[in-house]
Design a protein around this ligand. Sequence first.
Ligand SMILES: C[S@@+](CC[C@H](N)C(=O)[O-])C[C@H]1O[C@@H](n2cnc3c(N)ncnc32)[C@H](O)[C@@H]1O
Length: 176
Amino acid sequence: MNRRAFLPLLSSVALCQYEESKGDVPWVPTPDEVMDSMFRMAKLAPADTVYDLGSGDGRVVIYAAKKFGARGVGIEIERHRVEEARAAARKAGATGRVRFVEQDLFKANLRNATVVYLYLYTAVMAKLKPKILAECKPGTRVVAYQFNGMGDWQPAEVDRTHDYPAYLWIVPTRPA
Ligand SMILES: C[S@@+](CC[C@H](N)C(=O)[O-])C[C@H]1O[C@@H](n2cnc3c(N)ncnc32)[C@H](O)[C@@H]1O
């Protein structure tokens, strides 16, 4: 994928923070207020386990743990980001509720997720969609910021109160 072709889609803040990555998407953090809206839209609760696929510096699952009491798993391909996330979790006192795995998100096991968080390009989401629909339990909430790669899978809700839309999908019951 020509990652630079997507740069015009990113915000000016994102552009400033652009860096080369060995993954499919460069690191761009989700703003706190956006995370908050997305988790409210997903009705995040302490019983939930949030999987952030491409977890960067870990802020999403740490926020889910600290503000909503949820558990979280961050999957991240860049080792230095995983180390940064683990350090951030220690600093936030969240190590009992979150963990970070150095892994390609396409190889992660999503069966224990009740909420899946995505801040990934449209094409990456499109490639991930069959895995989400095959592995996630029916009722799992999938939230995504800025990009929608789910094709004909219609979102249950769209929040347009921030710079870019935030989407919520609910994994449907699989046909028998
Ligand atoms: C746009 S950032 C989002 C970071 C974080 N989820 C957030 O919202 O603040 C995307 C992250 O996905 C990671 N990433 C890209 N491709 C990946 C892959 N195939 N497997 C795991 N992580 C990947 C990048 O290194 C980067 O940290």
